[in-house]
Ligand binder design. Structure first.
Ligand code: FE2
Ligand code: FE2
Length: 214
């Protein structure tokens, strides 16, 4: 993906600073929680399958696992999703919500259940692809550690989610090959916006640290 080099540099800065690192972990926990909440809120019980319920539970478990690591690294102050214990939390949520909205609007002409099913499928497909990329780079930056091992488990489950949802979309949407590319472009532009906000936030962190240290 195009912005990997940029992200690798940002990750090195983050993992070198325990306070930033705890905020970064907590932000992923928050995004996993938002994913969990979105699935639960969007799916009517009448059409809720075991596969979707299982996916929601796993995202909830990812949120909890990452939260525990954030608290272990940063202390009890990280036991919430307050803005000061997140890293660009608002921008991260905007990425997710805007993506969800774009996918939902693309199926405005479908029946309510089909619209929900396809929007869920595409948002999941896009977010899982991005998660695999970002978690993979993050894990590579950590070497052998408790956090890296937890990320290894997450990556295995996200890989399974991605292959499940891709199989579902390929059978549910005859236009998958063209539509997926259009949505990929939308997702990429939202991710670039998030990355710019993260770059700016981290540039502002350095002078503060220097001032504190001197
Ligand atoms: Fe997840
Ligand atoms: Fe997932």
């Amino acid at each position: 993906m195009p912005s990997d080099n940029c992200l690798e540099g940002l990750i090195s800065q983050i993992v070198a600073d325990p306070a930033l690192h705890a905020r970064w972990l907590n932000t992923f926990s928050y995004l996993e929680y938002v994913g969990f909440r979105k699935i639960v809120k969007s799916q009517r019980a009448e059409v809720l399958t075991a596969a979707i319920l299982g996916h929601a539970c796993e995202e909830g478990r990812h949120a909890l696992g990452l939260k525990k690591l954030a608290v272990k690294l940063g202390g009890a102050g990280f036991d919430s999703y307050a803005p000061q214990v997140l890293l660009c939390g608002e921008e991260a949520e905007a990425y997710f919500q805007d993506l969800d909205q774009s996918c939902d609007e693309a199926f405005a002409d479908r029946s309510a259940d089909e619209r929900v099913r396809l929007a869920y499928g595409y948002v999941t497909w896009l977010v899982e692809r991005r998660a695999l990329d970002v978690y993979g780079l993050y894990k590579d930056a950590l070497g052998d550690s408790e956090i890296a091992r937890k990320l290894g488990g997450l990556l295995a489950e996200e890989t399974k989610h991605l292959s499940d949802i891709e199989a579902l979309l390929q059978s549910a949407d005859p236009a998958f090959s063209t539509r997926s590319k259009e949505f990929e472009a939308v997702e990429n532009s939202l991710y670039v916006v998030f990355l710019a906000a993260l770059t700016k936030a981290l540039a502002q962190e350095s002078p503060v640290k220097v001032a504190v240290a001197s």
